[in-house]
Design a protein. Structure first.
Length: 221
């Protein structure tokens, strides 16, 4: 399993308690208090995906280790699904880390929920840089266009430029799928309405004792 698919499988299912307990027993005992677990979650997911991890709960340490390998990239340009991305909440210091799912959508521990892994939409100007592990993209799961389209319809990615930024290179494909789903919904609703009208016609035919033959079924229902 890839880092991205491992992260995706963790959304809403893996808790901070689980990640902290794993870190305390396999990396180093930080303690049981509510320490920030975003970097520890990335390590946890890497261990499950690759069999190795950065062995740190510190964003800064993770960045320095990646720099030593030549895997660190400053800024937001070139981020790919499965990359490990770092954020600054306007204080000039890298504060947070997550895994890129697509565009500006990330999977994070200790994000909007301190309790469980969540999916978050961020801005490019919040990104300080990212780690791209060479060869890792070949193992990443293909994007689920249907799932992304359903989330668009639920309003998860906002509108206009916000949606374009969140979906990145997949925007056109997802929007096309949204259009297909909307058209299917329109056709299904029309078919249901025609079926209802036909049933009303049949009931009227029976009620008025008009006998056979019954009214023909409209084409397409």
């Amino acid at each position: 399993m890839s880092l991205l698919s491992e992260a995706q499988a963790s959304v809403g299912r893996v808790s901070g308690t689980t990640v902290r307990a794993w870190y305390n027993t396999t990396v180093g005992n930080i303690g049981n208090y509510a320490w920030a677990w975003c970097a520890a979650f990335v390590c946890w997911a890497m261990q499950r995906a690759y069999g190795w991890h950065w062995a740190t709960a510190s964003c800064g340490t993770m960045i320095r280790k990646a720099q030593a390998k030549g895997w660190w990239h400053a800024g937001a340009t070139g981020i790919q699904p499965g990359d490990i991305v770092f954020f600054d909440w306007d204080d000039g210091v890298t504060d947070h880390v997550g895994v890129c799912e697509q565009g500006m959508v990330f999977i994070e521990g200790n994000g909007s929920s301190p309790i469980t892994v969540t999916r978050e939409t961020r801005r490019a100007n919040q990104i300080t840089g990212y780690i791209h592990i060479p060869g890792a993209e070949s193992a990443q799961a293909a994007p689920d266009i249907d799932a992304l389209a359903r989330r668009v319809r639920l309003g998860n990615f906002g509108d206009g430029d916000e949606r374009k930024a969140a979906l990145g290179d997949l925007f056109d494909r997802v929007q096309a799928r949204v259009g297909m789903l909307e058209e299917k919904r329109r056709v299904d609703a029309l078919t249901m309405r025609r079926m209802g009208d036909h049933i009303d016609t049949l009931e009227s035919h029976i009620r008025d004792d008009l006998g056979p033959p019954p009214p023909p079924r409209p084409e397409g229902i």
